[in-house]
Design a protein around this ligand. Structure first.
Ligand code: ADP
Ligand code: MG
Length: 352
């Protein structure tokens, strides 16, 4: 029977709002690592060191040598919808990884977050947040850049914690995120260490800064991340159509995989998992691979920010192109052309 109670509409407090938002932005430790490393890249860092413990569940620490945050701005960096990256006037013109101003407040709502930072010419400062409550800004010791430390992710939301997988699986997801971002930023140096056992820890992944032009740097970085064999079997892709530029490397059909695990796609420098792009990659190799084989490629689509909407999902891993047909056509034709050319070279070598 209908209860004799009128529903009450309440305004939720900030801490509840942040926990709800965190549900979308921070699904697992790897999503926290992604947000923090993207912030470091947005800050212009050339060196990014990541330390994790217990699959990132008890500790994630990202240190960078980027522009830093002034002590006076630390509380603002932790408040919702506060960002230095856009002014809100043109949401269709976004050039940074971040723009929603949600990552830090969300992380501060679901874990114990400490930010230590220093801008040139000022003393370093630190702020700590737990359960969404920020403490005071305090003086700290740091030479330059920013260190963000996230401890005990989801300690305040045990239901979330229960859904996490093993330390090993969560650690693997973190490695995957770091590798993708490392491919997108070949001129920056990355280290990922597992410090579960204490001390300096074990290096899980490391990539030194590459040099040269973008193609050289990318080729070097891909050799480091995907292996020298990929680099030796990769065709250079460089094509353009109606405002969309496609670049990167795609492996020869003979260097394929039994599963679609090595397809790295980027839109304006942002790692994405996009059905359209994956479908185009598949279609391009259709005539060159048997049905149970999958291509290996790292491809970058670049276009004016107005031709693609990255604000489709809070995690920003999906995008929407204004003209999907052109992008698909560009990928399919550029790859087919490269693969066919390589095939001719290979067969003429055999014949000759
Ligand atoms: P967004 O990245 O969408 O702007 P965040 O919550 O991730 O939102 O960060 C809020 C703000 O804090 C950023 O806009 C930036 O000004 C500052 N910030 C965060 N991380 C760093 C960092 N590693 N170095 C310098 N500034 C940072
Ligand atoms: Mg951010």
């Amino acid at each position: 029977h209908a209860p004799n109670i009128r529903p009450v509409i309440r305004q939720l407090d900030d801490s509840a709002i942040n926990r709800i938002a965190a549900g979308e932005v921070v699904e697992r430790p790897a999503s926290a690592v992604k947000e923090l490393v993207e912030n470091a890249i947005d800050a212009g860092a050339t060196r990014i060191d990541i330390a994790i413990a217990d699959g990132g569940k008890t500790l994630i620490r990202v240190s960078d040598d980027g522009c830093g945050i002034a002590g006076g701005d630390l509380p603002l960096a932790l408040s919702r919808h506060a960002t230095s990256k856009i002014d809100g006037s043109d949401l269709l013109n976004i050039n940074s990884f971040g723009f929603r101003g949600e990552a830090l407040p969300s992380l501060g709502a679901v874990g114990r977050l400490t930010i230590t930072s220093r801008v040139p010419g000022e003393e370093a400062a630190q702020i700590a947040v737990a359960g969404g409550q920020a403490g005071p800004v305090k003086p700290a010791a740091l030479n330059a850049g920013t260190v963000v430390e996230l401890r005990d992710l989801f300690y305040a939301t045990p239901a979330r914690l229960k859904f996490l997988r093993t330390d090993r699986a969560e650690g693997q997801a973190i490695t995957d995120v770091v590798k993708r971002l490392a491919m997108a930023e070949p001129f920056a140096a990355f280290t990922l260490r597992d410090v579960s056992g204490g001390g300096e820890g074990r290096v899980v992944f490391r990539a030194d800064a590459e040099s040269g032009d973008l193609f050289d740097a990318l080729h070097g970085r891909l050799a480091g991340v995907l292996g020298a064999e990929f680099a030796e079997n990769a065709l250079r892709i460089d094509a353009e159509r109606e405002g969309f530029h496609l670049s990167g490397f795609a492996a020869l059909p003979t260097y394929s995989r039994g599963a679609a695990v090595a397809q790295f796609l980027f839109v304006n420098g942002r790692p994405v998992r996009d059905k359209l792009l994956i479908g185009a990659l598949r279609a391009a190799y259709f005539d060159f691979l048997s049905r149970d084989r999958h291509p290996v490629a790292a491809l970058f689509v670049d276009c004016a920010p107005t031709l693609v909407d990255v604000n489709v999902h809070p995690a920003k891993s999906e995008v929407r192109f204004r003209d999907p047909g052109t992008v698909r056509g560009l990928i399919v034709s550029a790859l087919r052309h490269a693969l066919a050319g390589a095939g001719h070279r290979a067969s003429s070598t055999v014949a000759g």
